[in-house]
Ligand binder design. Structure first.
Ligand SMILES: [Zn+2]
Length: 324
């Protein structure tokens, strides 16, 4: 098995009401946790690399780790650039062996977003690589992306046909109320449930439906779709961390989106929380240990468990890997 694009995955996901998980990777333990989970659940995968991750871990190291994961698991894996911000970065990833890139021109005026995205599409398609574009702006923080609530905006469905037709993109990320990071909403935007945990405002399914009506059969992408599991937030806070009121997108709403036209759901913060919670707890319980393998092993295991849960209960893509 070699790296694949997401084209066939999205076609089947669209037809059968599930989504492919796109998990961000930065190092060996994260890649192992994700791919071991997908192997056990026989799930197709998108592994995605942000420009920050590429700077942190180095392109060649990440490529070789992902190649190793393919050899070990024999799974169909798409390697995707998350939030490419320039043509040059996208070109570098296309030239360097990625099978999918995102060009994020969502902060630009529509015509400039179209021009930049089309330039990337022309280059990528000539090299057999697929492209994700974005319309609308998510709030929140992810690596170099930092958008305040005031600057965020929902996707305007009136723009999607022109954008997709003029650029030739293969998938489209839209903003319907998801948000980057572990602090997706302020307390003022939320209500509280009986346990005192913040409950965020519901996703704008009306926008998703209107986008899908205008783009029948076209794969939609949701960014910022971690659910911020409260057991990991508690594990962090109980062991010296300080993450009050971290809250995410309810998983039943993501499952609903996956049944509709959403074919790719991006999950990063949940894996970070699993890793950080595990390590904090390990350090609290074993203050005398100093071998990184000791505390990275449970971190990797918890990443694996949360990814398995997502594949089965949220994305619905378990058992689909043998199709590709
Ligand atoms: Zn994103």
């Amino acid at each position: 098995m070699a790296l694949v694009t997401s084209k066939a995955m999205f076609e089947d996901a669209y037809k059968n009401g599930y989504a492919i998980g796109a998990f961000n990777v930065n190092n060996m333990e994260i890649i192992q946790g994700i791919t071991e989970a997908a192997k056990e659940e026989n799930a197709p995968l998108i592994l995605q690399v942000s420009s920050g991750a590429r700077k942190y871990a180095n392109h060649t190291y990440l490529m070789k780790l992902v190649e190793a994961a393919i050899i070990e698991t024999d799974l169909p894996i798409c390697l995707h650039l998350d939030h490419g911000d320039t043509f040059e970065l996208c070109k570098s990833c296309v030239d360097g062996g990625f099978t999918s890139v995102m060009i994020d021109g969502s902060h630009l005026k529509l015509e400039d977003n179209i021009a930049l995205t089309k330039k990337v599409v022309d280059y990528a398609h000539a090299h057999g690589v697929v492209v994700e574009g974005e319309l609308g702006r998510l709030a929140g923080i992810e690596d170099a992306i930092n958008v305040s609530a005031e600057d965020s905006s929902y996707t305007d469905p009136a723009e999607v046909e022109e954008f997709v037709t003029k650029t030739g993109v293969d998938s489209l990320a839209i903003a319907i109320g998801t948000s980057h990071g572990a602090y997706k909403f302020t307390a003022a935007q939320c209500t509280r449930n009986a346990q005192g945990v913040l409950v965020p405002p519901p996703l704008r399914f009306d926008i998703l439906k209107e986008v899908s009506r205008r783009l029948p059969g076209f794969p939609i992408v949701l960014h910022g779709s971690s659910s911020v599991p409260q057991n990991f937030v508690k594990m962090i806070n109980d062991n010296g961390g300080k993450m009050p009121d971290a809250v995410g997108i309810p998983e039943d709403q993501l499952r609903e989106a996956a049944r509709m036209s959403v074919c790719k759901i991006n999950i990063d913060s949940d894996l970070r929380l699993a890793m950080t919670g595990s390590i904090r707890q390990y350090f609290s319980e074993h203050p005398d240990h100093f071998d990184p393998r000791q505390y990275l092993r449970p971190a990797r295991e918890n990443i694996k468990q949360i990814v398995k849960h997502k594949l089965v209960n949220v994305l619905g893509c378990a058992g689909k890997a043998s199709l590709f």
